[in-house]
Design a protein around this ligand. Structure first.
Ligand SMILES: *Cc1c(COP(=O)(O)O)cnc(C)c1O
Length: 394
């Protein structure tokens, strides 16, 4: 089955949906048992897809988890979380213990870094950062205590594409677990478990939900790691509201067509920006100028709607002149919805082992589902404001 078909059919089991196309939104805490014997029988069981108590979900959540598992060939199961950050936290805690060392990519999403510093470090788990372009060189960074390697590819601010197969090969040879924040590509553009990653994490808030109206996260894992993940999530009492699971499932049904449209729009805008004199560099994995572009060509099936561009000089005020007057781009966090966004970003202060430098200020764009010509006209006016700002201050 192709991915386009899987996102339509995933999780639609007759025992969960009945004759209805979508599973109902079951709002549940108490689940009633037929008699004392059934209650006793259920107490010792803890399996996916069985009614027990609201915290363990209902067909509304199970259908989404099931559909996400189907998108990752080789995976055993998926746990849902109330946000992407909650998914990252649970995935890390499910594989690490006091005394372990974690290798973390230096281009990682900032809240992941904060979690390592403020939660893992006080627990006695040390984090060592590595260059996103390290590739097989990761072998030189391993110590006897290295228990896990966390990847994010591409980085969501600076877009370096990692050599995931090389890192996974090193990890497998040493029995080290790998975790990937796969939010940018989703399993449609990068099936992570099939590539040898052990735990594949999504901020479903982004492309799975797709409409900027719910927070949601997921971790999909192999048979070796799924039981630990599941146990950790249950011990922390993690639960996703049925309404949010429903929104995730609704978004998932159109993920394949939306991603293609985001891809096409983003490539059109990125290539246009690449030809502009006001732009020093475009950081888009599908463009040769992006660090790690060769890895993207070799490993990914597509590119999504998020990328960055570096202005050819100027300061934060000139960048603000560009962004503030945009008509089709909102200014705000998150991405992956149907609408375009523009964000000023400052990655250099976030790094610890690599030096991120650029010719000018960096802007991150999420290209939504508007017509790219309208977005380009908007950006053209923005670049004129940027130029005018530079001329006025010169
Ligand atoms: C947004 C994001 C997250 C966190 O997701 P939330 O649902 O906002 O908690 C994690 N990783 C990446 C790459 C993201 O862009």
């Amino acid at each position: 089955m192709r991915d386009e078909t899987k996102v339509i059919s995933g999780g639609r089991r007759p025992e969960w949906t009945g004759p209805i196309v979508n599973p109902p939104v079951y709002r549940a805490s108490t689940i009633l048992f037929e008699n004392c014997a059934a209650l006793k029988d259920g107490a010792g069981r803890n399996a996916d897809g069985e009614f027990h108590y609201g915290r363990r979900g209902t067909p509304t959540q199970w259908a989404l988890a099931d559909a996400l598992t189907a998108l990752e060939p080789g995976a055993e199961g998926t746990m849902l979380f109330p946000s992407g950050v909650a998914a990252i936290a649970a995935a890390l805690l499910s594989v690490l213990k006091s005394g372990d060392e974690l290798l973390m990519v230096d281009s990682v999403y900032e809240p992941t870094r904060a979690f390592c510093r403020q939660v893992l470090a006080p627990m006695g788990i040390t984090t060592r950062y590595y260059d996103p372009l390290v590739g097989a060189g990761i072998a030189d960074l391993l110590s006897d205590n290295t228990a896990a390697i966390f990847l994010e590819s591409p980085g969501s601010l600076t877009f370096e594409v990692q050599d995931i197969p090389a890192i996974v090969a090193v990890a497998k040879a040493r029995g080290i677990v790998t975790l990937l924040d796969n939010t940018w590509a989703t399993p449609l553009f990068f099936p992570a478990i099939a590539a040898g990653v052990d735990l594949s994490i999504l901020a479903c808030t982004k492309y799975v939900v797709g409409h900027s109206d719910a927070m949601l996260g997921s971790v999909t894992a192999t048979a070796a790691y799924y039981p630990k993940l599941r146990k950790t999530a249950q011990l922390f009492g993690q639960h996703v509201a049925p309404d949010d699971a429903f929104l995730g499932l609704r978004g998932l049904r159109t993920l394949a067509v939306r991603l293609k449209a985001h891809e096409e729009g983003a490539l059109t805008v990125a290539r246009w920006l690449d030809g502009r004199p006001e732009v020093a560099a475009v950081l888009h994995p599908a463009l040769p100028s992006c660090p790690g572009h060769e890895s993207w060509v070799r490993d990914f099936k597509g590119s999504s709607g998020l990328f960055g561009f570096v202005l050819a000089g100027g300061d934060a005020a000139a960048r603000a002149a560009l962004i503030d007057g945009l008509g089709h781009f909102g200014i705000g966090y998150s991405w992956g919805g149907f609408e375009s966004l523009a964000l000023p970003v400052e990655p250099s202060s976030l790094r610890t082992v690599t030096n991120w430098q650029a010719a000018g200020p960096l802007v991150r764009l999420h290209i939504g589902l508007e017509h790219p010509d309208d977005l380009i006209a908007d950006l053209e006016r923005g670049l004129a404001r940027y130029e005018a700002c530079i001329r006025n201050t010169a």
